[in-house]
Design a binder for this molecule. Sequence first.
Ligand SMILES: [Zn+2]
Length: 254
Amino acid sequence: MAAIQIDPKSKFARNLPVDLVIGDDAAQQTLLREYGAVFVARGGVTAPNRVVFEDQEEVAEFQSRLDIKASEVGGHVLELQSVAMDALRAAKAEASAAGLSISPRGSDSARRDYLGTVELWKSRVEPALVHWVGLGRMTAEHAAKIRSFAPYEQVSEVFALEKEGIYFAKDLSKSIIYSVAPPGASQHLSLLAFDVAEFDNADIRRILAEHFWYQTVVSDLPHFTFLGVPIEGLRDLGLRRVEHHEREFWIPDL
Ligand SMILES: [Zn+2]
C-alpha cells in the first residue's frame, strides 16, 4: 500500500527528509498536511524523521541525535536545537532593544517528551468526551471505548467524530489539531517549536520572522516554528502562505 498520498513530485515532497517515516493511516496524511512545515526546516537543524513518534523510545532516540542548547528565557530553562535557540535569543535581544519582550507561555513552551504530548492530548479529549456525552451527541459506551484505546489509537477515532461536527479543541468548535497535537506528533518533540506569550503583538511576530521563526500551525496562535531560512526562501521549500486571524501561516503547498 502506498504510504504517501501527497504528490511525490510536489516541491514540498521533494524537500522532505529522505528518511521520513510516514504511516499509511489517513491521520498521518492529515498531520503531514497540517503540521508539515517543520519537516522541511533548514539552517543546520535536524528535522524530525517521523510524522508520528510512536512512543518515548522513538522520541528519545531522535532527541539523542540533536545538537541541543538550554537557555533561561523569561524565568524558565528551555531547550531547543542550538541554531533555533541562538535565533530565538537574537530575536529576544532585538525585541529588548525596542522595549519589548519575548517570553515563553510556560515551562513546556519548548522541548517536550512523548508523555507530555500524551498528557496534553488527554487534557482536551477527556473534557470533550464529557461534553458530547452530556449533550447526547455520543453514547457513554462510545466514550468509554475511546478512553480504553492507546493514546495514538484515539486519534483516528477523534478525527472521525470531528467529521460529524463533534469537535475536540478546547473551545469545542474546531478540530483538536488546532488546539493540541496528537500524541507523538507535536513539533515540540523536535525542539524546533516555541510557544510565545506575546503572540498578539505584531512587532514581536515580525521580529521572530526576521530570525526565521514562523507560524506554521493555522489557528494555534502562540505557536512558532524555526524553519531556518528567510521568508523569501519558504516557497522554495514547498510551503505556501495562508492568512488566518490576520496573521500569516506557512503550511505545506499540497
Ligand atoms: Zn506549541
